[in-house]
Design a binder for this molecule. Structure first.
Ligand code: LIP
Length: 280
């Protein structure tokens, strides 16, 4: 995937729309955070919460996209029961507040993640056309469009040069099920002694953007939802990362790994063996 940043971008309008809405949604989320955040409900477990702000921000994003592009589909974290297919062949895949627990606790590591994909909204088959991840707390806007590179603001992004395993700074995340987290902890225990160190920021879209920006050498996680990685995976790939599942699978719920390609090739079999040993 060579970035042809000089050529006209056929997805420019989509990217500009994603960026404009994500920045405005980030301002809304930060405003709500400043006055206090309340849990609206729990989802897959008591730890898996949704705040009233999550719902409000998603409604803002969904309405803004519908106004601008009424024929497009929508798949959002807080409205999966009312996902819309659309008639344009494009679907917006949205996490209104990724890093929800960070947001709830006031940890400044949450983001608005908006991507637009072509084809079925299935990570195994879709083609991501444009994506934007905004951390409104520190004002960082990560963007990418298909074959046109990845950017932080106007600065082009590229993954770190290849490093050996023992020098690799590796990020990961854990699921909302305590039984799964225990097994994911066993995987981490098997890996941590082989790499430089581990980071766990609690927001997959930021993790993927940080690989793109060279703030990590690699990131892996199992159990991500499509909205967690739709935008960040494009940004990481456009920055030169290999973003993959196990084997020939695309990144998705079963497994997501993002790293410079040589490091990814080293890490994948090690992590896969650790998953197998942990019974995941
Ligand atoms: C989060 C992910 C993170 C994962 C958390 C959670 P949410 O998404 O971004 O990588 O480790 O368990 O799934 O729920 O904050 O949108």
């Amino acid at each position: 995937m060579g970035a042809d940043v000089g050529a006209p971008d056929p997805n420019r309008e989509l990217l500009d729309l994603a960026r404009r809405i994500a920045v405005s949604a980030g301002e809304l989320a930060a405003t709500r955070r400043a006055v206090g955040v309340e849990v609206a409900a729990s989802k897959s477990s008591a730890e898996d919460v949704v705040t009233f702000a999550d719902r409000e921000v998603e409604q803002f994003i969904r309405g803004s996209l519908a106004d601008a592009r009424p024929a497009d589909g929508f798949l959002g974290e807080e409205s999966t029961d009312s996902a819309s297919v659309g008639t344009s062949g494009l679907t917006w895949v949205v996490d209104p507040i990724d890093g929800t627990v960070n947001y709830l606790y006031g940890i400044p590591a949450y983001n608005i993640s908006i991507a637009v994909v072509e084809g079925e909204p299935d990570p195994q088959t879709w083609r991501a056309l444009a994506g934007c991840v905004v951390n409104p707390v520190i004002g960082e806007v990560f963007t990418a469009s298909d074959a046109r590179g990845a950017f932080l603001g106007t600065t082009p992004l590229h993954v770190n040069p290849s490093v050996g395993l023992s020098q690799a700074l590796v990020a990961t995340g854990f699921g909302y099920s305590s039984d799964v987290r225990v097994k994911q902890g066993l995987v981490l225990a098997g890996l941590i002694g082989q790499v430089r160190d581990i980071r766990r920021i609690g927001a997959a879209a930021l993790d993927l953007c940080y690989v793109a920006a060279g703030r990590y050498d690699a990131y892996y996680e199992r159990g991500l939802n499509p909205w967690d990685h739709a935008a960040g995976a494009l940004i990481a790939a456009e920055a030169g990362a290999r973003v993959t599942g196990f084997g020939m699978a695309a990144a998705g719920r079963d497994f997501t790994l993002a790293a410079e390609p040589l490091l990814a090739a080293r890490l994948e079999p090690i992590i896969r063996a650790l998953f197998d040993d942990a019974g995941l």
